[in-house]
Design a protein around this ligand. Structure first.
Ligand SMILES: *Cc1c(COP(=O)(O)O)cnc(C)c1O
Length: 387
């Protein structure tokens, strides 16, 4: 694409694919087994090794991973489940589809994730049975602190880590020590497959429940029935979803995993370059994070806050720079205003204040230094032209 100035545009996101992906896909197609099977099992093991997790169950999406995790927790129907309002709609839908009630939590204005104080305030509005936390932009939340503030055991926390992998807290990779860490392999995410997701857990019985629920609730999937000694017989004990990962996706994921450390390194480098270039730019609030003490950011997004966001986005578009917004808070969206009660919707004063200025700048391994410099110049120009 070209702008009127004749320059190519800087897209908001471009997925990277490792060189071996093509061959890996052809091999699966030639193998005669394309749905969930041996490649999926290998991917689960490779991803578990990468995270240092005990069990990984690969699924169709992060949205499905969250819903399956909530179902596998076997909470009483209609349970209150805390979740930030500043998250992706799919994460809220997953709570509702699992038969529960989202109770929206405010954020800390600096880190853009809930704090123990905002969680405590939400828990006072409705006593939660579980909580979904979200690593906004890739910044790892302090799960034990937030669970404590909610009055919940850590085993009742589902972690939406669509913006990981690659993050760590206390030197422990996100997902290595979780009841349910839910990853996304959507096209724009750090480990792109196109579509896909996974649940990482330290709980073997929980992993088995998710494994069964991802394929209708069947006691054995077709690969396990097909293996030597397998039989045609199965039972369906719980109501599940059709949310399995295919071997085609898994083969892509395995090839992609080899490249992930290098991609994560480049993301961190680009984030540091943004920090350096944007520091001191009048009007811009840079992301604040406490990155001491073994905290590793996954750098899925680089979010700034700007005044007059709509005009800034238009100016950036004119300069050939595409941006995005993460997110429109759930309590501002029609369906949740229709479905949720007042005490579930808020109040969320910090989310309201922060959300109107949030702007996500391009950040992905294929973004070159020169293209990033164009983003910085365009942003500086857009803010200047506002006066
Ligand atoms: C992308 C995203 C999801 C959904 O991921 P899918 O794999 O597309 O279902 C969930 N939560 C957050 C925070 C996301 O950014």
């Amino acid at each position: 694409m070209s702008t009127s100035a004749g320059q190519t545009t800087v897209p908001f996101s471009l997925p990277s694919f490792a060189a071996e992906v093509g061959d890996a896909v052809v091999k699966v197609l030639d193998s005669g087994w394309v749905t969930t099977g041996p490649q999926t099992a290998e991917f689960e093991q490779d991803f578990a090794d990468f995270l240092g997790a005990e069990h990984v169950v690969a699924v169709a999406s992060c949205t499905a991973a969250i819903e399956l995790s909530l179902r596998a927790l076997e909470l009483p129907p209609g349970s209150a489940v805390l979740t930030p309002s500043l998250t992706f709609c799919g994460a809220i839908n997953a709570i509702l589809h699992a038969g529960h009630r989202p109770v929206l939590v405010d954020i800390d204005e600096d880190t853009l994730v809930p704090s123990p104080a905002t969680v405590e305030a939400a828990a006072a509005r409705a006593r939660p049975a579980a909580m979904v936390v979200q690593n906004q932009a890739g910044y790892p939340v302090d799960v034990p602190a937030l669970a404590g503030a909610a009055g919940l055991d850590r085993s009742r926390v589902v972690e939406d880590v669509a913006h990981g992998p690659g993050a760590a807290r206390g030197g422990v990779p996100v997902g290595a020590d979780s009841q349910a860490a839910c990853f996304s392999f959507y096209a724009t995410k750090n480990l792109p497959i196109g579509e896909g997701g996974a649940v990482a857990t330290r709980d073997a019985a929980f992993a088995e429940r998710v494994r069964s629920l991802r394929l209708h609730g069947m006691s054995k999937d077709s690969w396990r029935r097909y293996l030597p000694g397998g039989s045609w017989s199965y039972d369906v004990k719980k109501l599940g979803l059709k949310a399995n990962m295919t071997d085609v996706q898994a083969a892509i994921g395995r090839a992609q995993l080899h490249a992930l450390p290098e991609w994560q390194r480049r993301r961190a480098e680009l984030a540091a370059r943004y920090d350096e270039a944007l520091r001191g730019l009048p009007g811009v609030v840079l992301p604040q994070r406490d990155l001491g003490d073994g905290v590793q950011h996954a750098w899925h997004l680089y979010q700034v806050r700007v005044p007059g966001r709509e005009a800034v986005i238009t100016e950036l578009e004119k300069a050939g720079v595409s941006t995005s917004v993460h997110f429109i808070p759930a309590h501002q969206l029609t369906v949740y205003r229709d479905l949720l009660d007042d005490h579930e919707l808020g109040p969320l004063p910090a989310t309201d204040r922060v959300a109107e200025g949030l702007l996500s700048l391009p950040l992905y391994p294929r973004l070159g230094d020169a293209a990033q410099d164009r983003v910085v110049d365009a942003l500086a120009g857009a803010l200047r032209s506002r006066g």
